[in-house]
Design a protein around this ligand. Structure first.
Ligand code: ISE
Length: 327
């Protein structure tokens, strides 16, 4: 019994999902890939057939479940098409580019009466984030007060717009901090840095947030850090702190210096997270149960609605007092 997965989008993420479903996920197989550029689809599809129209892939009778890894602006329509087809969908973040579109998805899924939609907030499955959460929940560091985050990319892709630092990158912290703390956000603000050295204004940014439990967070989102991909989180509690120890799993010493390598992007850093997330998604489909630990459509809505409100104050220096409807 194998779930026949169709992957939509053959870019960096679509390619990685295709590779995972092509052999690393128990109970699933890569059944097709769709991309408007057939040659890109062929490059990641292996022996699986390719489509140029994602709608055809979604409705194909021999496809059981879909992964959406196409550009952010296409997510809304594609997720709705999956719900209409009654097929489980794992959509890369963000769920949609604005909160109203996310809410439409939440409502369409509720009408279907099934848990069809999950969002690829894979950090929830990252062993390092999981250990941070376990340590916090054990009570070892007391009550959490501050969460410090670094979110650094080697360089911004050419299609990146300034607000995407929030809507496409910082959404990860929006999701993972509320998951770590089991709290919601009450207010937030964004500090911008000026343009210089060929890097546009507003890169890096510093985002500060207040949460319902009283803990605050600070996050540097840097799209052009220049040295590698680097995500780090430290939680300060009333009795101690806990943080990610290493950027890499090995350290090399030669010629009087010490080296610890940074990956080029998020795929090596979060490889375990993607694999464990995709496995949990397939396990839930096979058993007909709930996906354990995954982000729901509601979580996708929360992340986008908070991101949207931060973007609206980003250039003003004002504090956003978040408006989050009740579930
Ligand atoms: C990218 O889309 C991701 O999802 C990565 O995890 C994130 O670190 C990066 O900044 C985003 O652009």
């Amino acid at each position: 019994n194998s779930v026949r997965v169709g992957v939509i989008g053959a870019g960096v993420m679509g390619g990685d999902h295709a590779r995972l479903f092509g052999g690393s996920i128990r109970g699933a197989n890569l059944a097709a890939v769709a991309d408007p550029d057939a040659s890109r689809a062929v490059a990641v599809a292996g022996a699986a057939p390719v489509f140029t129209d994602p709608a055809e892939l979604i409705s194909a009778p021999d496809i059981d479940a879909l992964v959406i890894a196409s550009p952010d602006s296409t997510h809304h329509d594609l997720v709705l098409a999956c719900i209409s087809a009654g097929k489980p969908v794992l959509c890369e973040k963000p769920l949609a580019t604005d909160s109203a579109a996310c809410l439409e998805i939440v409502e369409a899924e509720a009408r279907s009466g099934r848990d069809l939609v999950h969002v690829g907030f894979m950090r929830r499955f990252d062993p390092m984030y999981r250990e941070l959460k376990d340590t916090l929940m054990s009570g070892a560091i007391g009550t959490p007060r501050v969460v410090h985050n670094k979110h650094r990319n080697l360089y911004a892709p050419d299609w990146f717009t300034p607000s995407m630092a929030i809507t496409n990158s910082y959404v990860h912290e929006i999701d993972v901090i509320r998951w770590l703390l089991d709290a919601e956000y009450t207010q937030g603000s964004v500090l911008m840095t000026p343009a210089g050295d060929g890097i546009p204004a507003g890169d890096p940014i510093l985002v500060t947030m207040q949460t319902t439990g009283g803990a605050v967070s600070s996050t540097e989102v840097n799209m052009n850090a220049g040295y590698g991909y680097h995500v780090h989180c430290e939680i300060v509690g009333t009795q101690g702190t806990v943080e990610m120890a290493l950027p890499a799993i090995i350290r090399t010493r030669t010629h009087g210096s010490e080296q610890s390598a940074f990956p080029e992007n998020w795929i090596p850093r979060f490889s375990d997270a993607y694999r464990l997330q995709n496995q949990a998604w397939i396990d839930a489909i096979l058993t007909g149960g709930k996906m354990i630990g995954g982000a729901t459509a509601w979580d996708g809505f929360v992340a986008t609605t908070i991101a949207e409100q931060l973007v609206s104050v980003a250039n003003t220096g004002a504090v956003a007092m978040f408006d989050l409807p009740s579930r």
